[in-house]
Design a protein around this ligand. Structure first.
Ligand SMILES: Nc1ncnc2c1ncn2[C@@H]1O[C@H](COP(=O)(O)OP(=O)(O)O)[C@@H](O)[C@H]1O
Ligand SMILES: [Mg+2]
Length: 303
């Protein structure tokens, strides 16, 4: 049975149990969002744990995760619902008697009846937003990368988030019984509307502190020796100070830790860093810039 969070400390414990290490601001916002019944809008660079937060909240609340992945051109048909045209077409063909059913029935059916059928439940394709409204248990609705949709779609989202209901002309108004716990994420590629921001609790996720990133790496890659993790987290941190085209995120830190382990390194020297830098940085110009800045000891001479 899902239970409500009893306090900020409880949020912390349950997110941690779900594999997510929150900080104070994260756990406070999650707690308030539940109490106030408001969506959370999480903004920040790629790879800092925005999507993962929604997944962890779902796990912590024992709730179903319903995900709407946003992209340019996303429309109502893919986000809310659409009618199953193929199935409708088959039904129409059948009704006309063109293709009798297995029992030889069909043909000469009452058209009004057929029409009623065509826009009934059996022909409805539920998409994530409608699914979340109609879900009868606890759910977390993740609207991921909302900055990718256009303003028109944002307005539709706002309407649904305000009323938790939607009107389907052929079926009537669908009103959610359980309000989903809503998390919207944005990579900040454009400004979202004031109205949408006002509706939400705002959370900015930035790159973590050295301490917290260390904890995250140690929890996700438990085989990694602590002194290696300490060293790599500090190097990543220093790379983030440079003006790179794409700063390494937590995802890349984790990939780097796994790579170093895989290759059997337990300390990072200049050679190791140079030969594995492509895991952290995805642009040649960034790699070149970083190589100039890294002050690592050369590989010790073997004798
Ligand atoms: N606080 C955290 N605790 C545990 N793992 C985290 C945390 N933040 C980020 N991660 C890890 O970092 C990776 C990237 O997170 P993700 O949510 O996909 O980033 P975003 O959605 O912000 O681009 C995931 O693999 C996730 O496991
Ligand atoms: Mg994401």
């Amino acid at each position: 049975m899902a239970s409500e969070f009893t306090g900020v400390e409880d949020v912390h414990k349950r997110l941690e149990a779900a594999g997510y290490l929150p900080d104070r601001s994260i756990e406070t916002v999650v707690f308030l969002a539940e109490r106030l019944g408001k969506p959370i809008l999480v903004e920040g660079p790629a790879g800092v744990g925005k999507t993962e937060l929604a997944k962890a909240v779902a796990e912590a609340r024992d709730a179903v995760l319903i995900r709407l992945q946003c992209y340019e051109g996303l429309d109502e048909a893919k986000a809310l619902y659409e009618w199953n045209y193929k199935k409708q077409l088959l039904r129409i063909t059948h009704a006309r008697g063109g293709d009798p059913g297995p029992g030889g029935e069909g043909g000469g059916e009452d058209w009004e009846e057929v029409e009623d059928d065509l826009f009934g439940e059996d022909y409805l394709l539920e998409r994530p937003l409608l699914q979340a409204l109609r879900h009868s248990g606890e759910s977390v609705l993740l609207i991921d990368e909302v900055d990718k949709v256009d303003f028109e779609f944002e307005a539709l989202l706002l309407e649904i988030l305000s009323d938790f209901q939607v009107t389907i002309p052929e079926l009537g108004t669908v009103k959610g019984t359980h309000h989903p716990f809503v998390v919207l994420t944005s990579n900040n590629t454009r400004e979202l509307s004031e109205a949408l921001k006002r509706r939400c609790l705002y959370l900015y996720l930035d790159y973590p502190t050295v301490e917290r990133e260390k904890e995250i790496v140690l929890s996700r890659v438990p085989e990694a020796p602590e002194q290696l993790v300490d060293q790599l987290v500090r190097i990543v941190r220093s790379l983030r100070q440079l003006e790179l085209k794409k700063s390494p995120s937590i995802s890349e830190t984790l990939d780097w830790a796994r790579t170093l382990l895989e290759l059997g390194f337990d300390t990072i020297d200049e050679d190791v860093a140079r030969s594995t830098m492509n895991v952290l940085l995805k642009y040649q110009q960034d790699v070149e810039k970083a190589s100039g800045h890294l002050k690592l000891p050369p590989r010790p001479e073997m004798n």
